[in-house]
Design a binder for this molecule. Structure first.
Ligand code: MG
Length: 496
């Protein structure tokens, strides 16, 4: 049966296609900005993107009547219901948040970019402070427009994590954090996973590393005619269309695990988009459903598959062939280098055991900031206090502390938890796929079955079901941290 048979939905989808074409264009412009655009092109690009966004807003609002009619139809398919749900969310956003506020926010974000960079370079929070005060005030206002009846954090959280609330997150972190502490303390005491490894300081040759990445893409079976890999300052992945996904990586000459695991991470994001049902192309549900589910796919491939003993075994010969310094290291030493565990003050350097502490701490901090119990000038001190509580040491300066992440300067509040949700869902996948004997993978020949399972169960529906419902359909329950705890315990405390 065709996914779309209701005539009102068919009509709605025809009217949605120009919006889909705009998303296609904006995504391509966004990708080009990071990869090809000459620096001086930034101002014109900003204006063009803002105009496209206004057009999208107008065209979405024009669909309001049709969406309302379509919603009253009986016997809609799941995909049809999904389309209405997603369009209603878009409509509500544009109806509730005044265009002036969006414009003001965009302006504040643009003006904050350079001061944030400068503040971080000089490690002087006061350079960034007035900009962050402005952005925070506007985000509080935005939350108020979206839903005045709830904590401002909930209103903003719903934008990236549909249906999720602070009480869900309190419960998830409340269960997860003490367990992680227990595993971390024991792992460090046992000492099998080193805090520091000599391979961290070895320089690699960039062309050789590029060769390694090409071979890893082929080991992972990435469809070479449906995606491409480029180099950018911050690695990312973006969907242009169902058969055109772009990923990026970066090469710094030290610590060769960074470009490898960055690449596998982005492949996880790409695979999700590439396996969404093609029948959903150019519809509102033709893409990943939420940041958390997206991050679960990237983390699953990066950590659970990529950092496993079996995958290290599979990739070791490839690494050894291109990176000559590895002739001094056995496969086992490479495995422990890849999985070293070190409480670090910097989120992006964190390992599997400490990463979620960084997120839990940012979550608590953002809740207080948006709720108004603390204000921007107090941030650096509160940040350092919280870090000390988690890691037992204080940042030496604000570049190592409150200025390390770019998210707030981009106006992204309540988006950090998506990273931990991704880890939690990846842990649930580990449990389920181990039971189904699809994990651990023993060799390249096991990868197609794994991808196929992910396609059939998680990827194909795109955004048809809201995240919690998708999880319930796949796992029989919503976000549940015990899978991640079991996985980490099994990996770090049962070393043989
Ligand atoms: Mg990611």
């Amino acid at each position: 049966m065709a996914l779309f048979s209701n005539s009102l939905i068919v009509d709605l989808l025809a009217k949605y296609r120009p919006i889909a074409a705009m998303t296609y264009s904006s995504s391509l412009l966004g990708w080009d900005l990071e990869i090809n655009m000459p620096e001086a092109g930034a101002a014109a690009r900003g204006k063009a993107q803002a105009e496209l966004e206004l057009l999208r807003q107008k065209m979405t609002l024009d669909l309001a009547e049709l969406v309302e009619k379509a919603e009253k139809q009986e016997k809609l398919s799941d995909a049809e219901k999904g389309i209405i749900r997603v369009l209603k969310r878009d409509l509500q956003f544009y109806q509730k948040v005044p265009p002036d506020l969006l414009e003001e926010l965009q302006k504040a974000i643009t003006e904050a970019a350079i001061p944030w960079r400068e503040a971080r370079e000089k490690s002087e929070f006061r350079i960034f402070q007035p900009h962050l005060e402005k952005i925070t005030e506007l985000k509080r206002k935005q939350a108020e427009h979206l839903d005045p009846s709830t904590h401002p954090y909930n209103a903003l959280l719903d934008l990236s994590e549909e249906g999720l609330t602070t009480s869900d997150l309190d419960k998830i972190f409340g269960e997860l954090i003490p367990e992680l502490k227990r595993i971390l303390v024991k792992t460090l005491a046992e000492g099998a996973f080193p805090e520091k490894h000599p391979l961290e300081d070895v320089d690699y040759d960039v062309p050789a590393m590029k060769q390694v990445n090409e071979k890893l893409l082929s080991l992972l079976g990435m469809p070479m005619n449906r995606f491409r890999l480029d180099v950018s300052t911050h690695p990312f992945s973006t969907r242009i269309a169902g058969d055109d996904v772009r990923i990026t990586t970066r090469y710094e000459p030290k610590n060769f695990k960074a470009p490898i695991y960055g690449l596998i991470h982005e492949c996880g994001h790409a695979l999700y988009e590439l396996q969404v049902d093609h029948e959903l192309d150019m519809t509102p549900v033709g893409g990943g459903v939420s940041s958390g589910v997206h991050e679960s796919q990237s983390r699953f491939w990066e950590n659970i598959v990529g950092r496993s003993r079996q995958f290290v075994s599979m990739s070791y010969p490839i690494l050894k062939r291109s990176l000559s310094f590895l002739s001094l290291y056995e496969e086992d030493q490479v495995y422990y280098y890849i999985n070293s565990v070190r409480p670090s003050l910097i989120r992006v350097e964190a390992d599997e055991l400490t990463y979620n502490f960084h997120i839990a701490m940012r979550y608590e901090l953002e809740k207080k900031l948006l709720g108004g119990t603390i204000n921007v000038p107090e941030l650096p001190t509160v940040w350092d206090d919280m870090i000390e509580e988690h890691f037992g040491k204080r940042p030496r300066n604000s570049a190592e502390g409150v200025l390390q992440d770019i998210h707030w300067s981009w106006g992204q509040y309540a988006t950090f938890p998506s990273y931990s949700l991704g880890n939690v869902v990846a842990g649930m996948l580990w449990n389920t796929l181990t039971e189904k004997q699809l994990l651990p993978i023993e060799g390249e020949e096991n990868l197609p079955a794994l991808k196929n399972w992910l396609a059939e169960n998680l990827h194909k529906p795109g955004a048809t079901y809201p995240p919690k419902e998708l999880l319930t359909r796949v796992f029989g329950r919503g976000y549940e941290p015990s899978g991640l705890v079991n996985y980490l315990e099994n990996k770090y405390l049962k070393v043989n």
